[in-house]
Structure formats: structure tokens, C-alpha cells
Design a protein around this ligand. Structure first.
Ligand code: SF4
Ligand code: SF4
Length: 109
């Protein structure tokens, strides 16, 4: 079920989806494909290229879909992939801008 419109605000309040920046150490990879197989958003796929060990490392096919769940980095047996938070808020900065939070800057309806 997809929640849209005013109901979205009621359900999710100020929550905003996180986005990840994916980093791959290609030459550490052993081409097992775990990260590709278990990514819930199908962000990765094994590339055609070979690394120094002769394996096919993953590459990012649709980074915008990455949820920053970090499952890929948790599951990788070679510590060859990790994800950082894209555009993390500065310390003290609200997660949502006041103008996006309603006329009075309220966080909840
Ligand atoms: S952080 Fe999650 S969504 Fe992003 S590439 Fe890794 S497994 Fe996929
Ligand atoms: S889980 Fe790690 S070792 Fe396996 S394909 Fe992905 S990056 Fe390579």
C-alpha cells in the first residue's frame, strides 16, 4: 500500500527517507554476489569487468534507490563495500525544513 497526500504527513510526520552513497573496494571483492542478491532495492549488479583477483565486482546501477539500510556492507564477507549517509544534516540542523513542516512549523498535524 502506498500512502500519499495528507495521509502521508499523518503517518510519517517529519520523517524523510535516507539516501546512501555506495563505496566499493573492487579489488577486495571476491564476486560472491551476496550484496547484489540481498539488496532490497536491487541497487547493485555484478559488472563485466575483472578485478585484480579475477572476480567480477559489483557496480551501482541505480544509486538513487539506495535506502542506506547498509545490508550490503553487513553481509559482505570481504568488507569490500560500505555505504555512507548522503547529505547528513549538520549538528543542530532540523531534519525537516520549517517551510516543509506546515504553516506554523509544526512537526505533527
Ligand atoms: S545500503 Fe541497502 S539499499 Fe543501499 S545498496 Fe546497500 S543493501 Fe542496497
Ligand atoms: S558481498 Fe562483497 S565480496 Fe561479495 S560481491 Fe559484494 S562486494 Fe564482492
Amino acid at each position: 500500500m502506498r500512502i500519499e497526500g495528507p495521509m502521508k504527513k499523518i503517518y510519517f510526520g517529519d520523517l524523510v527517507a535516507k539516501k546512501g552513497d555506495i563505496h566499493i573496494a573492487k579489488d577486495r571483492c571476491k564476486g560472491c554476489g551476496f550484496c547484489v542478491e540481498y539488496c532490497p532495492k536491487e541497487v547493485l549488479e555484478l559488472s563485466e569487468e575483472f578485478n585484480v583477483k579475477g572476480y567480477h565486482p559489483p557496480h551501482v546501477k541505480n544509486e538513487d534507490d539506495c535506502l542506506y539500510c547498509q545490508l550490503c556492507e553487513t553481509i559482505c564477507p570481504e568488507f569490500a563495500i560500505f555505504v555512507t549517509l548522503k547529505n547528513p544534516p549538520e549538528e543542530g540542523e532540523p531534519i525537516i525544513k520549517k517551510e516543509d513542516a506546515g504553516e506554523k512549523g509544526e512537526s505533527r498535524p
